[in-house]
Write a protein that binds this ligand. Structure first.
Ligand code: FMC
Length: 257
């Protein structure tokens, strides 16, 4: 067994003590910050001048850090998408060495796969749908499929739906994206999951994905309109889902999740 595998095995036998939440939007993050009584860290340990925000606190037996990539420095909107998510995840892992990452946020859902507005999903697999490289093996690299940390008990005990997550840098869906999402067998679609999974895998930190449905992709309404309409109500459902997941994790080892 390689030393790093032994370390992972050792970590699995003691209760999770430090959880890192990675959340892309302020509207999604603030209900969680409030519920878990986290406070913003003035000296976040991140490079000077970046917009990334870290909230910290203790909840039950867990140390919780929540990172949000902040507002775009030019346009003032949330830094959604894969690049800010992977950067802030990398910096937070380096600075905080968490036992477990939870990437939480909103997502589009496919009604054909059983998704409804307000549903909270636990994603079992994540992959990209907008990285098409039609060259052998590069094609698989582009899809970048990764498994979430296995959580059979959490899945069984909590009333969360389970499905695959597909990630791309657009809120809408081109016909090419659609075929890749179908090939990925995804039920939910977001803009960060696979990027967080990439970094978590790179640095060998287990990750889970909690996604609440703001819009139905295969429905009648345009995604952007439905997303804006449901964002506030769905972030309340997301906060409840995250709290349930964290309550379940508290006191447990990774191998008992
Ligand atoms: N497609 C892609 N992303 C999202 C979505 C959809 N139908 N609904 N909600 C989202 C998530 C993304 O992950 C972003 O963080 C944000 O909400 C939309 O910009």
């Amino acid at each position: 067994m390689a030393p790093e595998d032994a370390m992972v095995a050792g970590a699995e036998k003691r209760p999770v003590s430090s959880v890192l939440l990675v959340i892309a939007m302020q509207t999604e993050a603030l209900p969680v910050v409030q519920k878990l009584s986290l406070t913003e860290v003035a000296d976040s340990g991140f490079p000077k001048g970046v917009p990334w925000v870290r909230y910290h606190g203790f909840y039950k037996d867990l140390e919780i850090n929540l990172v949000w990539p902040g507002k775009d420095q030019t346009l003032g909107v949330d830094s959604v998408g894969t690049v800010p998510a992977s950067l802030v995840t990398y910096a937070a892992i380096q600075a905080l060495q968490p036992d477990l990452i939870i990437n939480a946020g909103t997502a589009g859902g496919f009604k054909e796969k059983g998704a409804c507005i307000g549903d909270v999903y636990l994603a079992t697999d994540v992959a990209y749908h907008d990285r098409r490289i039609p060259i052998p093996v590069f094609d698989l690299y582009g899809v970048g499929c990764r498994l979430a940390c296995s959580t059979p008990s959490l899945q069984k005990e909590l009333d969360l739906k389970v499905g695959k997550l597909s990630t791309g840098n657009s809120l809408d869906m081109s016909p090419q994206d659609e075929s890749s999402i179908i090939a990925n067998d995804a039920t939910v679609k977001d803009m960060e999951g696979a990027a967080v999974a990439y970094v978590a895998d790179l640095l060998k930190v287990p990750a889970i994905f909690v996604k609440a449905v703001t819009d139905i992709i295969d429905g009648e309404k345009p995604s952007a309109e439905e997303f804006m309409q449901n964002l506030i109500a769905v972030t309340a459902a997301l906060e409840q889902g995250i709290t349930k997941v964290i309550d379940f994790i508290n006191g447990k080892c990774l191998c008992d999740l």
